[in-house]
Write a protein that binds this ligand. Sequence first.
Ligand code: NDP
Ligand code: GDR
Length: 350
Amino acid sequence: MKRALITGITGQDGSYLADLLLDKGYEVHGIVRRSSTFNTRRLDHIYRDPHDAGRRLILHYGDVSDASRLVTLLARVRPDEVYHLAAQSHVRVSFDEPENTGDITGMGTTRLLEAIRMSAMDIRYYQASSSEMFGAAPPPQNERTTFHPRSPYGAAKVYSYWMTRNYREAYGMFTVNGILFNHESPRRGETFVTRKIARAAARIKAGFEKHVFLGNLDAVRDWGYAPEYVEGMWRMMQLDQPDDYVLATGIGSTVREFAEHCFSHVGLDWREHVRYDDVYLRPAEVDTLVGDAGKAREAFGWTARTSVYRLAQIMVDAELARLGSDSRETWSANPFTNARTPVEHSGRVL
Ligand code: NDP
Ligand code: GDR
């Protein structure tokens, strides 16, 4: 049985990747940050009691800021494959916390690569690289495009990208960069724009709210469906030779268009419900990201299958279903419910 270790297993991609690897018969180990509240909600459906002898999902406390913990975890788990997904992944927040973002999103990669190197084990390594590394470079972007990051997050990912390549070139390690364009799902964090809009459309339709506050509606992103992207991560880890690959749909849409798709799906006109708040602007914006995934298609037959329009429907339908199963009180108590809570005004929740 193959063994995988996933950092960031509690996040959107980590949870889909855990689903996929369990389906493929792996034993899956995940690193979870200690938190005063449960942060394993996305794993509830696959979690098994530790006393269940047959379980193949095993969670360990750890943090990518803690190098010695990464060493002890590798010795304990002895994985065949490591998927490094943990990061401070919010671009807007990275402007507020540049140092923390550098430490976690950048240095966290080096700590893990160095722990793998020192272990002398034969471990394949996946690095969650990002289209944000391209930043201001004109589209379409692919593996040969020069990076021009526009945020502390993007800069930290560029550093991690190069460390990943350097460990391949310097030590002959099997390390791959998956350069993934935006991918979304009902498990997307509530403060990323697609989930925020899908959630608002459903809640407005249900009569809980009237408006949602957004920033730049002109930004163009290449939005795909997350479960397809974790399949691509796994496939690039099964190749004979390590390399770097873009995963993208090749289609760009504006934030405005995404809002239009979500609101029209529930029979509403987005223009009546979307309001502007400059708190959601970034000090430097990435205007247009549209990827060219031709190399991945040729190397391992990967293509995105879900259109942005269908993606919006999937996300809104999931929000409507959630509204049906949750009580109104639960939603009202959620700090993300209202786009203009005092917390958001301080710029902390974006
Ligand atoms: P999420 O923000 O949903 O998940 C991030 C994960 O990292 C969470 O499990 C989080 O834990 C964990 N994490 C954060 N800080 C630490 C830390 N100090 N130590 C250990 N774990 C930590 O991100 P996604 O799932 O969307 O993305 C996965 C990866 O892919 C990220 O690296 C992201 O930057 C990158 N990426 C994402 C893209 C996308 O469109 N989704 C596109 C390209 C790259 P907790 O749950 O406790 O917060
Ligand atoms: P992004 O995703 O920055 O592309 O990073 P996000 O959904 O945060 O922003 C996309 C675009 O929407 C604009 N925008 C808003 N964004 C948010 N979050 N909230 C708003 O209210 C809002 N209004 C407009 C933004 O300005 C931006 O142009 C994501 C993350 O998952 C990264 O970790 C990943 O690397 C990249 O995708 C690829």
